[in-house]
Design a protein around this ligand. Structure first.
Ligand code: ZN
Ligand code: ZN
Ligand code: FE
Length: 763
């Protein structure tokens, strides 16, 4: 016999992702199972409940709230207090109450297995219905316009429930109890297939769209957070036509396949990759190509990888059912450099001339959310782009701070809002180089502010005075502004997501960042924390001939490094790109280098990778950002480090400087001796690792700090990151990398936000 149970009543406040994920019905069922009475409701802060019953039952109930929470829920803080008994019978879900805003809206999710089964069950009333959803799945962030998350504050507000749906909505035992986007073919949104003029095409929209795709036509498909352009990935002519119409040369196109087996048929998939592919977030995962994959070479030329995702919505499942396609290309529906289209009028206008037809529907998208892109690194996702499925999931900071809006830099834009100890990164915005993407940044920031009910007291921005994001922060937010140095922000972002406090060595390998000394930084060794930093080491600086033109034309960087290594003799080298220039163009380029006209000094690591890629004949001129470095990594994976290149580290101007000129000279010798380019690429990666380890060792000797954070866009390179992590660890360092936000500028706002939040306006 156990002790006689006494009764008690508790009041429980829960925050985290607990709205729109079936949390109240879950509490209801849990309370019933334990024979408890009381009530539960949504508040702007999350979920509030009171429960009364035996003490043991209450204890078990509390444990199970965390252990058995619904699949899409993330239980944050859970505060339970004992209150006086009030009696009563039964457990009720009551109307939403008021309170301080702390709720966290859920991300978008693919359909759950229950809904998927119904979707393909001819006896189900939602058989082949593209808007099937329940409390465990479906769109959320992209359709919510305010908090509390209830149907009137979603884009489903205009679809009154039919009697059958209403009874599901009101039945606490039903999987669709209070599922806000609930719909059926009787009362919900419908698909249409229209031409570029918006006129309906005859026939069943889905069947006709599938027929067009099978014929090699291009169809714009409205997905969860915007439009994709779809085409049969096995049809090379069709894929080439898509590239021509979209004016996209080489950049790999993402594909969608029906399931994990479909992915494994065209690419190598390990167990972690298959988990990420099949998870409710449905990111694009970079996977190594299978050589015999029946995919048109035009999909991902010059790349060893495919970007693959599984269906992210019922429409996608229906398009890919029955093995009709090995894979569909699913690339963002935008003109290059414009944000992804998400409204029907915008899609028709932007994509006219690209898409042959548009598969649209009347469920609105409240905010555009592009696809997420990841690769797996050491069993964790390494985000190249953090967006749909992950946004607005919070990153928990090491401590609470004032609310800050951080606006990022220029490339891979994303903003960040903080509330107490939570940081909310926005979806991927794109490169902030035109007004359309800037407006998208403003919209995304507003959307997050409204959903999270955050009123920031500070705005953080990059130090670059000409970035559109900087001007936005200074001119349009009306908030006290804090400028944050680019690479300090990278360091802080990596420290914040790893919840580090105190001095840390930052190895920040990046493309471009504004240096306070007026030069372009990017191969940096910082020592610092959130409060400040010291530049303790850097790559040797060389001219960036022609400024931004040198980013688009890596051969210019090869020439610049050869000039640094050999002087005058560099101009006689048979460098691809250089040799094709006219005499006049060559004279101009020599002037740029010799007289430093329009050639700012840079220590950029990304530009060093560009230079080596051009030198090895990988790519002299690029058609998308990072192309040369990406292709150099792919080449290096095919090779073996054949020799150790010399990389001297010297003390200069009070910091450690890594000189790459001897390596460039050695590469030129190897080229002349016909060494395999793949082996040279591998040796170069190894040399970058050794140089970084050497500098970190000197900094540890000086400071006693044995902790290193790796950040910056170059760490999207898995070969380099793996090599550097391993070598630093065997040398006794503790190494921290990014797992929650991208190492590139897509994660920068997190670092800006914590630096501004810790330092107020006096950085
Ligand atoms: Zn479902
Ligand atoms: Zn209905
Ligand atoms: Fe950066």
């Amino acid at each position: 016999m156990g002790p006689v149970s006494t009764s008690g009543r508790i009041r429980v406040e829960i925050d985290g992702i607990v709205q729109g994920v079936g949390f109240r019905p879950f509490i209801y069922r849990l309370a019933q199972r334990h024979g408890l009475s009381g009530w539960v409701c949504n508040t702007p802060a999350g979920v509030l409940l009171e429960a009364e019953g035996g003490e043991e039952a209450l204890a078990a109930f509390l444990d199970e709230i965390r252990q058995e929470a619904p699949p899409l829920a993330v239980v944050g803080a859970l505060r339970s207090t004992a209150i006086p008994l009030s009696g009563g019978t039964g457990f009720a879900i009551v109307a939403s109450g008021a309170g301080e805003g702390r709720a966290e809206p859920p991300p978008d999710s693919d359909v759950c297995t229950d809904c998927l089964r119904e979707l393909f069950d001819p006896a189900d009333r939602r058989y082949r219905y593209p808007f099937i959803t329940c409390t465990n799945c479906g769109p959320r962030y992209s359709i919510i316009s305010g908090i509390p998350y209830d149907r009137p504050l979603t884009t489903m507000a205009g679809f009154p429930l039919c009697a059958a749906c209403r009874s599901e909505y009101e039945d606490p035992a039903d999987r669709r109890f209070h599922a806000q986007p609930l719909a059926c073919p009787v009362c919900g949104p419908r698909l249409r297939l229209v031409d570029a003029g918006g006129t309906d095409l005859p026939g069943d929209p889905l069947d006709r769209a599938i027929g067009m795709l099978a014929e090699g036509r291009i169809v714009a498909v409205k997905g969860v957070g915007g439009y994709h352009l779809a085409v049969d990935a096995a049809n090379g002519v069709a894929v080439a036509e898509l590239r021509r119409r979209k004016r996209r040369n080489d950049k790999p196109l993402a594909m969608m396949v029906a399931d994990v087996a479909g992915a494994a048929a065209i690419a190598v998939v390990d167990s972690m990759e298959s988990r990420l592919l099949a998870g409710p977030e449905r990111p694009i995962v970079l996977l190594r190509k299978r050589a015999d994959a029946p995919i048109a070479p035009e999909v991902a030329p010059h790349s060893g990888y495919f970007g693959i995702m599984l269906p992210a919505s019922p429409v996608h499942h229906l398009l890919l059912a029955d093995n009709r396609f090995t894979a569909l290309v699913m690339t963002s529906g935008n003109r290059s450099s414009e944000p992804i289209a998400y409204r029907e009028d915008e899609a028709l206008a932007q994509l006219a001339g690209i898409a042959d037809a548009f598969l649209v529907h009347d469920r609105g998208i409240r905010t555009r959310v592009d696809d997420s892109v990841i690769r797996v690194f050491r069993g964790n996702p390494l985000f190249l782009r953090r967006s749909r499925g992950y946004v607005p999931r919070a990153v928990t900071l090491p401590a609470g701070q004032p609310s800050v809006l951080a606006v990022g830099a220029e490339l891979k834009g994303a903003c960040c809002l903080t509330r107490n100890d939570r940081a909310f990164m926005s979806q991927h915005i794109g490169d902030l180089q035109n007004v359309a993407t800037l407006e998208s940044l403003a919209e995304s920031g507003d959307h997050l502010q409204r959903l999270l009910e955050i009123a920031p007291v500070l705005v953080a921005h990059d130090l670059h005075p000409d970035y559109l994001s900087t001007r936005f922060a200074l001119e349009r937010t009306g908030l006290p502004a804090v400028g944050v140095q680019h690479h300090h922000a990278h360091l802080a972002a990596c420290m914040a997501e790893n919840r580090l406090e105190g001095p840390t060595i930052g190895v920040i390998f990046d493309g471009t960042g504004f240096g306070p000394d007026g030069t372009v930084w990017g191969g940096e060794f910082l020592v610092g924390d959130y409060a400040g930093y010291r530049r303790a080491g850097r790559f040797r600086q060389v001219p960036l001939p022609g400024g931004d033109a040198a980013i688009r034309e890596p051969y210019r960087m090869a020439l610049s490094w050869c000039h640094a290594a050999l002087g005058e003799a560099a101009f006689a080298l048979p460098l691809e790109g250089w040799t094709g220039l006219s005499d006049q163009e060559r004279a101009l380029m020599r002037q740029l280098l010799e007289r430093r006209i329009n050639a700012p000094l840079t220590s950029s690591c990304g530009r060093l990778f560009d230079a080596v890629a051009a030198l090895l004949g990988v790519r002299g001129i690029i058609s998308y950002e990072g192309q040369a470095a990406i292709e150099l990594e792919a080449l290096a994976e095919e090779g073996r480090p054949s020799r150790g290149y010399p990389v001297p580290v010297v003390a200069r101007d009070g910091l450690w400087e890594v000189d790459w000129a001897p390596l460039i000279a050695a590469l030129l010798e190897d080229l002349a001796h016909g060494v395999a380019a793949a082996d040279m690429a591998a040796s170069f990666h190894a040399a970058v690792v050794e140089a970084a380890v050497a500098v970190c060792g000197r900094l540890r000797d000086e400071t006693g700090i044995g902790r290193v954070a790796l950040s910056g866009g170059v760490f999207q390179n898995r070969l380099l990151t793996e090599g550097l992590c391993s070598r630093l660890e065997t040398t006794g360092f503790t190494v921290h990398t990014h797992r929650l936000v991208p190492p590139n500028d897509g994660g920068l706002a997190l670092g800006q936000a914590i630096i501004a939040g810790r330092n107020g306006i006096c950085v």
